[in-house]
Design a binder for this molecule. Structure first.
Ligand code: ADP
Length: 250
């Protein structure tokens, strides 16, 4: 589904991504692991259009998407989750979902008085969709709660919910488990598995929690020093000598 071919990303003289080559298979939940500073987030940002690569090529279903901006990739169904922006935090969880850019008429400036009824109908549909997403994620009780009042794990679920508002095909998740308690981490893991199985989402997940990776991810890709060291099942990765060396060396 996604191919990354010899991608480099340099910051000045520093090679954060240094010739990464990999493939993300459609329908997989792929784990991306590696020691701190391995270049995982930078590579994510290159694939998701947040950063332009210094060189190399990224394709999605055979189409060259190298350097395309996030909003273009968004419409192709490729999303990277982000923390909820400051200006959205005082809105409720439902409103946060309803704010995900779509193609509703309400957004178009040229909409006239004649469009009002249609806008109201679309808003109702959008609200129903947001409620369905909240229910899927088992956080329907948070619908009217402000986004800045929910826990870290619930915010992660909300971030995941935003991808469901636009029917994503492939979602890049960066450190889902950071600061999230075990119970919520399981809820997040279950939501990812269900989205994968029931709605054909492909996921790429950066995560340090090996239990989480073990439960969810196959294959697992290990990066170190800007390069891909190994790809395979977690058991294969753990037995790989280059991987062991990379982790021990940090
Ligand atoms: P990981 O996600 O694997 O921990 P990162 O992709 O965040 O690694 O970082 C890889 C390296 O690139 C790190 O040494 C980091 O300091 C460096 N780096 C990341 N972003 C920038 C930037 N904008 N400018 C300079 N160096 C950066």
């Amino acid at each position: 589904m996604i191919t990354v071919d010899d991608v480099h990303k340099h910051f000045g003289g520093f090679h954060a991504v240094d010739g990464a080559t990999l493939e993300i298979v459609e329908g997989s939940i792929t784990g991306l692991i590696g020691p701190n500073g391995a270049g995982k987030t930078t590579l994510f940002n290159v694939i998701a259009g947040v950063l332009e690569p210094t060189s190399g090529r990224v394709t999605m279903s055979g189409e060259d998407i190298t350097g395309l901006p996030p909003h273009t990739l968004f419409h192709k169904g490729l999303l990277r989750t982000f923390q909820i922006a400051h200006e959205f935090r005082s809105m409720t969880c439902r409103e946060n979902l309803m704010m995900v850019p779509g193609d509703q008429s309400g957004e178009r400036l040229w909409n006239t008085w004649f469009g009002r009824r249609r806008i109201a109908e679309e808003e109702r549909a959008l609200r129903a969709k947001a409620d369905e997403v909240l229910e899927f994620l088992t956080i329907e009780h948070l619908a009217d709660q402000r986004a800045d009042e929910v826990s870290g794990g619930q915010k992660k679920l909300l971030e995941l919910g935003r991808t469901m508002m636009v029917g994503a095909k492939i979602v890049f998740l960066d450190e889902v488990g950071a600061g999230v308690n075990r119970t919520l981490l399981n809820t997040i893991g279950d939501a990812i598995i269900r989205l994968n199985k029931e709605r054909n989402y492909t996921f790429v997940v950066i995560e340090h929690d090996m239990d989480f990776i073990d439960k969810l991810c196959d294959p697992v890709i290990c990066m170190a020093e800007g390069k891909v060291l190994a790809q395979g099942s977690l058991a294969e990765i753990k037995a790989n000598e280059q991987v062991i060396e990379a982790y021990l060396g940090t």
